[in-house]
Design a protein around this ligand. Sequence first.
Ligand code: C5P
Length: 310
Amino acid sequence: MTSAHTDAMPVTVRVPAKVNLELLVGPLREDGYHSLSTVFQAVSLHDDVTVAEADEFGCTVTGPLAMGVPATKDNLAVRAAMLLAERAGIETAVHLTIRKDIPVAGGMAGGSADAAAALVGCDRLWGLGLAKDELESAAAEIGSDVPFLISGGTAVGSGRGERLAPALARGKFHWVFGLGSQGLSTPAVYAECDRLRGDGPVAEPSPSPELMAALRSGDPRELAPHLRNDLQAAAISLRPGLADVLAAGVEYGALGGIVSGSGPTVAFLVEGKEAGLDLAIALTASGVVGDVRRASGPVHGAHVIPAPVD
Ligand code: C5P
């Protein structure tokens, strides 16, 4: 057993949200997951997770979006910290303070992001010095999206989403996110996708060359027509109002719109910062969405930042 440092200073980690530019859902596997081919992009909406030594594992969730996030050992971030402690033979516990700015249950991987931040924070606090692939292997045990939130940038995910390869993307893309007022359950959306597909065979997916070429061009106009999410029909089936949100965004000037992950957040790609501001104003005024956020990507994955000043 390795004892943890007893006087280690708390560590704060900033972690981004993600959007799937392409989410191709393959067949249901024997382990209950679907094989995926997805292209992730990390975007500039962040949670900050502070990791401090404590007598027992636990967390506090703060910020306007904290409601509905479990502040117990069921929180994915706490489970991630406990898993790393077990793997590394660390005997002391940590308390996590999670400042949430990533929409909850919105398809932007907020819970997975906090877990990624907890792994990076604990690694630093405990002085483990784990390599990125070791952290990503622990991350994959916690959830399919967690490894990507450690790596950030733009990446192709395969397997159940946890196997990553970097994607070549030029420039910066600007996004506007329309948030729903009520979350959607990821397993329910996958189950609805299966139901809508019926019993026919489903092919193993692979990234579309058109999307990869559009990413290399750095041109949002080229990228927009190639955004695709196989979970979109299922999310709309469970939440029909999402079709109106998608239509409104395009009517108000988005280059393209897509349900983000398993929804209900809708991601709109725009020409640039100005266009994003115009769209955010129009969407807010229209009342079709609960809230609107602007962001750009790609950004870095989970990384240690100086302690926040409250
Ligand atoms: O991996 P994670 O715990 O985030 O996945 C949440 C749920 O989403 C899984 O329990 C499963 O129902 C569904 N899922 C899936 N196929 C994937 C990823 C997630 O069916 N590749």
